[in-house]
Ligand binder design. Structure first.
Ligand code: PCA
Length: 324
């Protein structure tokens, strides 16, 4: 770990001392090139390069190759890198507003997820700003569903299993499901399943398909529990140093990226679910019993979440509910 950090620090030092005519910007992202958010990140970088006539040259470092995912918020905050992409849920311990992203059964279709984002965005903007970051755009994932080695009729079937967690909220969810949460990053999922570190996970059809989930599990129960998002942020000082025209290029590129995400995710959700089935995973609807049990847990989590920050979370919930 120390070795890795040192290597990263040395690399970053080298990157920023290289002089060039263009302003060289770096954008670490957490996920690999097969993912929609990463494809959009490359397009976003291209739009900035083109729109500024090459004056800002953004290099996308996908798959956590430059900065490990949990370190990306700090790297952007401290200006080690100018831009970064972050899964909103991993910031759940920074401030409760970030948890809006991983609450089960609060928003389970794309229309509702957009409304929830609309309601949460000002609060997220405010918190990121406090940390020296400016929010640029969000990209949604397909709805998160349940992957297991065994068929699941009710929660009883999962009792005692080791469940992958990727955020504070999903750890809490695993507890409430009477499973044991284990944090595993996307690239380690196949190995974690095959070595028995995890027995189950809740994620998108895309992450399952990209990780060839059929190699290590057989069942996909389409609970569609929540629709999480990545955000792309810029270091505030780096942004404010730019003239108005350049700032506008970035804001326009961000607006285009956001629109492309909400549109594109619908297609990838359908395609990737089909890929799971084509490769032999049994894709099924959840039983009414399982849904009733999970929705009860969702209600508990909404209450717990609201109690953590009644004012900010209350604002998100009331804005969202008024819009539905
Ligand atoms: N894939 C990412 C985040 C949400 C998703 O669908 C993951 O599983 O970590």
């Amino acid at each position: 770990m120390i070795h890795k950090l040192t290597t990263t620090a040395v690399m970053l030092g080298a990157l920023f001392t290289s002089s060039a005519f263009a302003d060289k910007w770096h954008m670490p992202t957490p996920y690999g090139d097969a993912n929609l958010p990463t494809k959009i990140a490359y397009e976003f970088a291209d739009a900035i390069r083109t729109g500024t006539d090459g004056e800002i040259d953004v290099t996308v470092h996908s798959g956590a190759s430059l900065v490990k995912h949990p370190e990306i918020p700090r790297a952007v905050r401290t200006g080690q890198v100018q831009l970064g992409e972050i899964f909103i849920g991993i910031m759940g311990n920074t401030h409760p507003v970030f948890k809006h992203d991983n609450i089960p059964f609060l928003a389970t279709n794309f229309e509702d997820a957009e409304k929830l984002w609309h309601a949460a965005r000002p609060e997220i903007d405010k918190q990121l700003d406090k940390e020296g970051m400016k929010l640029l755009y969000a990209v949604p994932w397909p709805a998160q569903s349940l992957y297991t080695k065994i068929p699941v009729q009710t929660l009883k079937d999962l009792e005692g299993l080791k469940m992958r967690a990727y955020s504070p909220s999903t750890s809490r969810l695993a507890d409430l499901m009477s499973t044991t949460p284990t944090t595993v990053q996307v690239p380690e999922i196949p190995q974690a399943f095959s070595t028995g570190i995890i027995d189950a996970m809740i994620t998108s059809p895309s992450t399952g398909a990209n990780g060839q989930a059929w190699d290590y599990l057989s069942y996909y129960t389409d609970i569609k529990a929540w629709i999480p998002k990545n955000v792309v942020v810029v270091n505030k000082r780096a942004f404010l140093r730019l003239d108005d025209d350049m700032q506008q290029v970035i804001l326009d590129a961000a607006a285009a990226a956001e629109a492309r995400g909400w549109e594109g995710v619908r297609k990838t959700a359908a395609e990737d679910t089909a890929t799971l089935a084509e490769n032999g995973i049994k894709v099924s609807e959840p039983t009414p019993e399982l849904m009733a049990e999970l929705e009860k847990i969702g209600d508990i989590m909404i209450k717990e979440w609201e109690a953590e920050a009644p004012s900010e979370v209350g604002t998100i919930l009331s804005t969202y509910r008024a819009d539905r």
